[in-house]
Ligand binder design. Structure first.
Ligand SMILES: [Zn+2]
Length: 133
């Protein structure tokens, strides 16, 4: 996906969460703390309450998106840029493309490349082109 496609497909942070939940859980949220599959969605935010260990969690827990201040949209664009750049992408270029500072771009690039080892299929699922569009 290119930048325009990413923004078209994910116009809001909410749509990013929805997509992430689909790619990661395929409809059944799994508690990242106790792995239980029984949870209740929270009313006002995109979190789930685990019926087994009583914690609340969102789909980003345990992923590279957890506890970042960067919009999920920017992450999605960054992932598609990093994954599509055959010769690699510089922090400077990434910074320009997603409008973050160079240090932020550098650490995002590092996290994405590191995550490819453990979450390769999740990252690829995020930026896979939806054939129906
Ligand atoms: Zn739990």
């Amino acid at each position: 996906m290119n930048i325009i496609q990413v923004y078209k497909q994910f116009p809001t942070p909410d749509s990013c969460i929805t997509h992430l939940e689909k790619v990661r859980w395929n409809g059944t949220p799994i508690c990242p703390y106790c792995k239980a599959k029984s949870s209740t969605p929270a009313k006002n935010e995109r979190r789930h309450h685990c019926n087994s260990c009583n914690t609340t969690f969102s789909v980003t827990v345990g992923t590279i998106f957890h506890k970042t201040k960067i919009d999920l949209q920017k992450w999605f664009v960054a992932i598609s840029l990093v994954l599509n750049a055959k010769k690699g992408i510089s922090a400077r270029q990434l910074a320009r493309d997603i409008e973050v500072n160079k240090d932020t771009a550098w650490s995002m690039g590092m996290r994405i490349r590191r995550a490819m080892k453990d979450y390769g299929s999740l990252l690829e699922g995020i930026v896979e082109m939806d054939e129906t569009l």
